[in-house]
Design a protein around this ligand. Sequence first.
Ligand SMILES: [Zn+2]
Length: 458
Amino acid sequence: MSVETYLEDHYPDALDDLKAFCRLPSVSTDPAYAEGIRAAAGFVADRLTRAGFSGVQLLPTDGHPAVFGEIITDPALPTYLVYGHYDVQPPDPLDKWQSPPFEPTERNGRLYARGVSDDKGPLLIPILVAEAFLKTEGRLPVNLKVLIEGEEESGSPHFEDVLTAHREKLSCDLVLSADGAMWRSDRPSITVASRGLVALEVTVTGAGKDLHSGRHGGGAPNPIAALAGLMASMHGQDGRVSVDGFWDGVTPPDPKIIAAIEEADIDAAAYYREIGVEGAGPIATGRELLMRQWLEPTLEFNGISGGYQGMGTKTVIPNTASVKITCRLVAGQVPDQVLGAITRHLEARLPNGVTLDVHRHGPGSAADFVDPDLPALKISEEVLGELLGATPLRVAMGATVPIGSAFRKHLGCASIFFSFSTSDEDYHAPNEFLRLDNFKIGMKAWARLLHRLGASGG
Ligand SMILES: [Zn+2]
């Protein structure tokens, strides 16, 4: 029996595995889900063992463990390391889900559950494919290692520790990431660049305590007003980041990605309709929209707080106000320098009567990109072209998968994103889903990819 036939025959089992995995509430950022995290790490370890991987173990960290397993067919063959993550985003707001987030539910050829698209479905695929090779051909065409972490959705704070502590065990020729997403459901694509990330929280403090706005209003500093002024200074009229020094070091984008943007011919108005924006959006053309979302750095305000948030009104001047910020970085930007530029920009504009605190969340990561001439990239494109009926576009990703730069730094190898989730699958929102057709196609694609990587000798 061929590997692909085996996978077709065992599809119902694969779907059961995926549902069982999605029932485990493995939210990494919230300690209330510690049990779900433990269960999901255990699930991955058990599934690797059952598939025939050896050396399966949890690699402990100061946070949640990573899971490792390997199949070494022949040391002379090339070695690929599959990356994925078993943790998921929080399911909130719960009342927006049509079915409970941790009760996987099939509707219209889709499986709905938190984490099904990011990244439980995509990471399960290569494990199932490895099992199919062992059951049919008795061996894998390459050496395969698997590293599944449990902290991706909270910024992978201990991932580099794992890479440094287990450099030898993890050594490989190339990383194949099962995380990341296809750009569109109607056109195959392969991601060759991703943006970096730096996260921070800015707090402005005025008086030593909350004040009565009648007695003190007009004289006391208002930290909400101060913070609003500072925030308004961080973007120009065109919506681009205008923080002094923020753009320092940015290198020009790869022309092949710009060519893909032009070929894609996106309709900006349709995009704004799709995300529910009323009337015209802030950007007029599809070309500029994608340039902004893929190839330019951003500074987004993710949450703001300060003062009275309850029912009715309260006559108060709060003593503090804060905003959470994340920046997406492009090639050439360094997280430390970006944070420094933001801090200096805010300090220089701080009004009298308030103080400033800039708190960094996590180490952040630089942007990453793949060598356009890598043979494995060409093989990946061929496989996707065959199975999805069109030559894949080489695209950039607006989101951040910090593993690209971490693998390059610690293992000295590149990463190819070979994922079968699609970017419209609401993976950080309610009603996350995975297209089950892509779950099936993904299995075929990984089977062909491993075959050809083996035949090509790397
Ligand atoms: Zn992910």
